[in-house]
Design a protein. Structure first.
Length: 252
């Protein structure tokens, strides 16, 4: 179950678009209604935000490549040929597009037959992913939380098409937070679910507790950026000079 502290921390970030929790399952989720409409898999995040409800989706509900990336259906030979990306004028040749079907991460066939979506505030399950659509301030806080305890590096992996591989599958498999820029995906640019320039940040289950703890402990505004605390910062820097004679940084 997602903790109340996690819900509190995500609420405190005051997102314009509510963060969404996602759970993949082999079995049909109990007590959850079907989404009842068809759209691209990445658009179900926006559907959960707009409808403020919990629902599940299956392969029949997805009208894009998400169901293939999630292993709900086999990869059709036409898609894997790369012809679609060539005809969409995204790639110079079908071969360039075809490479993605060998390199982009995908779930094993049949491992995830259902995906449950819910706004974090309504989440009553252990999520596999939390997806946040963040502005610059929120991105700064979340990505600092990513490394505040563990020192983990920040990284962004993405492709212009099949972005769902990197938004849903890569964080789940790698255990790493991934962040991608709104407005740089082909399908996303067509559907326009969010304003360009925002970040889609995916937090996998391996990092949710750590991020929650970091958000509850760390200063959201570092001392260097707090005008009222500059005297204290300078005191700390002056103390560094007492510890090492070759200090380069002497002013805050």
């Amino acid at each position: 179950m997602l903790s109340n502290l996690a819900k509190e921390m995500f609420a405190k970030l005051d997102f314009k678009f509510a963060p969404v929790a996602i759970k993949f399952s082999f079995d049909k989720p109990e007590g959850v209604e079907p989404v009842g409409k068809q759209m691209a898999f990445c658009s179900f995040v926006k559907e959960a935000q707009d409808s403020n409800r919990k629902f599940y989706v299956t392969a029949d509900d997805d009208d894009c490549v998400g169901k293939m990336v999630l292993g709900m259906v086999d990869m059709p030979t036409f898609e894997s040929s790369g012809r679609a990306g060539y005809d969409f004028e995204v790639f110079r040749t079908p071969a360039a597009n075809s490479r993605l079907y060998y390199t982009n991460p995908r779930f094993n066939r049949g491992a995830a037959n259902y995906a449950t979506f819910a706004p974090v505030a309504l989440c009553d399950f252990d999520p596999d992913l939390i997806i946040a659509v963040a502005d610059v301030r929120q991105t700064d806080i979340l990505m600092r939380a990513n490394s505040y305890i563990s020192g983990d590096l920040w990284e962004s992996k993405d492709t212009h098409v099949m972005g769902c591989s990197w938004e849903f599958v890569y964080p789940y498999i790698s255990g790493k937070i991934n962040h991608t820029l709104v407005g740089t995906h082909h399908g996303q640019k067509v559907r326009k679910p969010f304003p360009d320039g925002m970040e889609v940040i995916t937090i996998p289950f391996q990092k949710i507790d750590e991020i929650t703890l970091a958000l509850s402990e760390m200063p959201w505004v570092p001392i260097s950026m707090r005008p009222d605390d500059q005297d204290e910062l300078q005191r700390r820097i002056d103390h560094w000079a007492e510890l090492t004679p070759d200090l380069m940084l002497t002013k805050s």
